[in-house]
Design a protein around this ligand. Structure first.
Ligand SMILES: Cc1ncc(COP(=O)(O)O)c(C=O)c1O
Length: 448
């Protein structure tokens, strides 16, 4: 029995896998915010480089990864696939639980997988500065790291609530050479408008996106960079699932259930898409995208056209949405506080290929604590949504006496989330109770 399955440098994927080539349905096109007509690639040229625009609309199944990008990936990839034996034992489940440890990257999450690619393509086209938003700080840190690798400037609008909750994420970004501002900020029209409406607003990813786009569009040497949602971002993340597939193959395992947390969709897509290809060719695999109950985009949102940001400057995308002016409560999984969802994931949910589930914050932290105690890794609160769902499925397998193979994405570690864990241990999480919401506090067989 293997605890972890590791690959060597030579196993880093050579191509990104593009699910668009295998989709059995067409996606509704993004619309121009002014004309409400389908946008043309040229409409995106003010904020994105050509190579990424081409990837955004590409139907080519495999897109080669430039050697310069693979070289930076070599710093931390391939990431290990780990069997959660401690968790399995604690749950007394016959299920075999594996997780892809994306928290082992230098910044602590899956986000560098696309940050490195985006910085590279921008650099090739002469961009000097990348501007972005960040929620939890994982994406901002990743872009700061990637810009530093390709000798570019980086500016990050960090959602106010996370800016306050995670001061050391800001230090990390600054250490990589980035400039960091709390969002909303008085530096942009979008920020000033949000502050005028509510000077005490915790901010949101939607507002921060508006600020970053506004700055990128008004500076000819700058471009905007997004850490999730868009097709090209999901595309870059598919190296996760390609590696996982190889790793499972090495030990003769086939997944029954694939799980990822869902903010904008990128880590879920990264693990799931290469396996969704198998499902579309007949494999029996269940896919579960997990979101917070307090920001239930996929489970309670409308499948409709909406803006990706708060000010309404992005193209209208057909997606699950809670409305572009929705400000989620200040839960600790800052990376999941997004009103919308990737159009690709939204369509997969709409077509019944992916199932969405929403979980309350306290249950998620209880799962995170159990995982820390059984596997030793303190997960990011975002990733803990996937853990809680994996636990739920493993308990179901136990109750049904079935040996399911469950694979989830550990999208990040939680080393910068100690204030959240402190609140959990003190029983003072917002909207929180000490007991589990299902009244099943001890069902894991472990007190946590
Ligand atoms: C650790 C971690 N996991 C998940 C997410 C959610 O993003 P996505 O749905 O794009 O993977 C974030 C976003 O910041 C994150 O930091």
């Amino acid at each position: 029995m293997y605890k972890k399955i590791v690959l060597s440098d030579g196993d880093i994927p050579t191509h990104y896998y593009n699910l668009m080539a295998d989709l059995p349905f067409a996606l509704d096109p993004p619309l121009h915010p002014g004309t409400k007509q389908p946008i043309s690639p040229d409409d995106l040229a003010a904020i994105f480089p050509q190579a990424l625009i081409e990837q955004e609309v590409s139907a080519q199944r495999e897109i080669p990864i430039p050697e310069e990008v693979r070289e930076v990936y070599r710093i931390y990839r391939p990431t290990p696939l780990i069997r959660a034996t401690g968790l399995e034992m604690a749950l007394k489940t016959p299920a075999r639980i594996y997780f892809k440890h994306e928290g082992s990257s230098p910044v602590g999450s899956h986000k560098p997988n696309t940050a490195i690619a985006q910085a590279y393509y921008n650099k090739m086209e002469g961009t000097r500065r990348l501007v972005t938003e960040t929620g939890a700080g994982q994406w901002g840190s990743s872009l700061a790291f990637a810009c530093q690798k390709f000798d570019m400037e980086c500016k990050v609008y960090m959602v106010r609530i996370s800016f306050d909750q995670k001061p050391y994420r800001k230090v990390m970004m600054q250490l990589y050479g980035a400039e960091v501002l709390p969002s909303p900020s008085p530096a942009t029209n979008a920020g000033r408008e949000a502050l005028r409406k509510d000077p005490k607003t915790p901010g949101s990813l939607g507002i921060a996106i508006s600020e970053a786009i506004e700055e990128a569009a008004s500076n000819e040497h700058a471009k905007y960079s997004l850490g999730s949602v868009l097709n090209h971002v999901l595309l870059h993340q598919t190296i996760i699932g390609q590696e996982a597939k190889k790793q499972l193959g090495m030990i003769g395992e086939k997944p029954d259930i694939i799980i990822g947390c869902h903010g904008g969709g990128s880590n879920f897509a990264g693990l799931a898409f290469p396996f969704i290809r198998d499902k579309l060719h007949g494999s029996d695999i269940e896919f579960i995208a997990v979101e917070p109950e307090s920001c239930p985009t996929l489970t309670k949102g409308k499948f409709d056209y909406d803006f990706g940001d708060t000010s309404g400057t992005t193209p209208l995308m057909k997606m699950y949405t809670l409305g572009h002016d929705f400000i989620p409560p200040g839960i600790h999984a800052g990376g999941l506080r997004y009103h919308g969802a990737a159009p690709l994931i939204s369509a997969l949910v709409e077509h019944g290929i992916v199932r969405a589930e929403a979980l309350p914050q306290n249950d998620v932290f209880r799962a995170a604590a159990l995982f820390a105690r059984t596997e030793g890794i303190i997960p990011a609160p975002e990733s803990a949504h996937a853990i809680e769902m994996a636990i739920h499925e493993a308990i179901k397998a136990r109750d049904e006496g079935r040996q399911k193979v469950i694979v989830f994405n550990l999208s990040g570690h939680g080393h910068f989330d100690m204030s959240a864990y402190q609140a959990y241990l003190e029983g003072s999480l917002e909207n929180g109770r000490k007991e589990s919401s299902d009244g099943d506090k001890m069902s894991f067989g472990v007190a946590c």
